[in-house]
Design a protein around this ligand. Structure first.
Ligand code: PFF
Length: 454
């Protein structure tokens, strides 16, 4: 084991850091919407089934690879499969999160701008109708969103620069509990609004007829994106987990936190949206257009409460986005510092500069560079589709093949049971192994095909 490497200090730290990576924009603007689209509680059930049988096993396979090697993604492949082509998987999973963080940071920057707008009471009742149009004007302007992106990636890089314990662990341990408190407060407020019952019905009324194959594919895709799988973040974080930690418990704790947060986000958002008489949509529009409109309208009846909730809401998005972004930057920093021998400071600076530049072009692709198209997409959309639809899926598929077919079964089970010191889990661990070996690769290929033609 590499003795120079840092380790997370406790199980709570491991779960908070991993949950920090998992809980992000995907929980806030995607989960609540697709739950409503695909049959409410019926979809939540499908999501839980997909998580238990496919996503958590893949999370555990990244955990096993990371902790077994105590290396960055590239080093892990070199250590566990020396002299083979698997190193390319290591490299792929360094590159993907760096691309993702570049455009994720643009959205993170928007949340800084909207937090500022909320703090300076810019969502006023008299502006309710124009507030949603402001988003289009803001993202298509050149300088403000670029500056916000630079600020976001700057804060994120600073946290990573501080190190695994003093930066990532401290940030996650401080902010994750706060994030849960904030989302509960917003949900409680949202549920008290007149007309919110319709939103609760949208989220919960189970409609099993909507559980089509496409709904199942969406459930799997969502649980996958939400748990940050296939990009090496969970592998890298697990490489900082001590040999005594119980990987299965940490993985389950991470997945549970992610699910609970997603459901709470649903209760925070949908009741307010329905109370405002709006039909919800997914994506940036839900968070940066619909909700500011609702906050502005609510200002009529309860000016202070609506202003406070607006601030808390954009703060929640900012913190959730930051804790996901730091996990992506860490993958590249671990690679550069361990494989290329550069200091942590220089490695962080390198990733920061790359993300700054790609992010600037992604940000400008909403405005001045909107006519520049790649396969019919703006640069932002191209990067997002390339990573979410292809590179993440490919990464997860290859991780499951690697863990199921390349690593020896005994070694896999040995790591999962801490060399046999965790007793009484033989059947569970063997089941996890077979899910990774047979079920996960087939299921991933299935989402991929359904995503292409669905
Ligand atoms: N899990 C994050 C979310 O739900 O927003 C997204 C994400 C984080 C994707 C980290 C990829 C990643 F490496």
């Amino acid at each position: 084991m590499n003795s120079r490497r840092e380790h997370f200090g406790s199980r709570a730290a491991v779960i908070m850091a991993m949950a920090g990576s998992a809980i992000g924009l995907g929980n806030i603007w995607r989960f609540p919407y697709i739950v409503g689209e695909y049959g409410g509680a019926a979809f939540v059930l499908a999501f839980v089934i997909c998580s238990i049988f496919i996503s958590i096993p893949i999370l555990l396979c990244e955990s096993v690879i990371g902790r077994r090697s105590h290396q960055n993604t590239f080093g892990a492949m070199q250590t566990l499969a020396p002299g083979t082509g698997w190193k390319w998987l290591g490299l792929l999973t360094v590159i993907t999160p760096i691309i993702i963080v570049s455009y994720y940071s643009v959205v993170g920057g928007w949340s800084i701008a909207y937090l500022f707008k909320a703090l300076t009471f810019q969502f006023r009742p008299e502006d309710a109708e124009s507030v949603s149009g402001i988003f289009g004007l803001f993202v298509s302007s050149a300088l403000p969103p670029v500056l916000c992106h630079l600020l976001f990636i700057g804060i994120c890089s600073l946290i990573v620069f501080l190190g695994v314990k003093k930066g990532i662990e401290k940030f996650s341990k401080t902010t994750m509990p706060v994030l849960f408190v904030l989302i509960v407060l917003i949900a409680v407020y949202s549920l008290t609004l007149p007309g919110s019952g319709e939103g609760v019905r949208y989220l919960l009324a189970p409609d099993f007829s909507k559980l089509t194959p496409k709904a199942w594919a969406s459930a799997l895709g969502q649980s996958f994106f939400s748990l940050s799988l296939g990009v090496g973040t969970m592998l890298t974080y697990s490489s900082y987990v001590s040999s005594k930690e119980d990987l299965v418990l940490s993985g389950a704790g991470t997945a549970l936190s992610d699910l609970v947060f997603a459901v709470l986000a649903g209760f925070a958002i949908m009741p307010a949206v329905f109370a405002g008489g709006i039909t919800p949509g997914a994506g940036p529009g839900l968070v940066f257009e619909t909700l500011p409109y609702i906050f502005a309208k609510m200002g009529d009846a309860a000016p202070v409460a609506s202003a406070v909730v607006a601030v808390l809401f954009f703060l929640t998005i900012l913190v959730a986005a930051l804790s996901s972004a730091i996990s992506m930057v860490e993958v590249g920093v671990a690679y550069l510092s361990e494989e290329k021998g550069v200091s942590r400071g220089k490695a962080t600076l390198g990733i920061f500069l790359f993300a700054c530049i790609l992010g600037i072009f992604c940000s400008l692709s909403f405005g001045p560079l909107s006519s520049f198209r790649i396969l019919g997409n703006s640069l932002f959309d191209f990067c997002d589709k390339l990573c979410s639809n292809y590179l993440m899926v490919l990464g997860a598929l290859l991780f499951s093949v690697f863990a199921g077919w390349k690593i020896k079964k005994e070694d896999f089970l040995d790591e999962l049971s801490n060399s046999g010191s965790i007793k009484g889990r033989g059947v569970l661990n063997a089941t996890i192994y077979y899910l990774i070996k047979f079920v996960a690769p087939v299921a991933i290929l299935l989402i991929f095909v359904l995503g292409l033609f669905g």
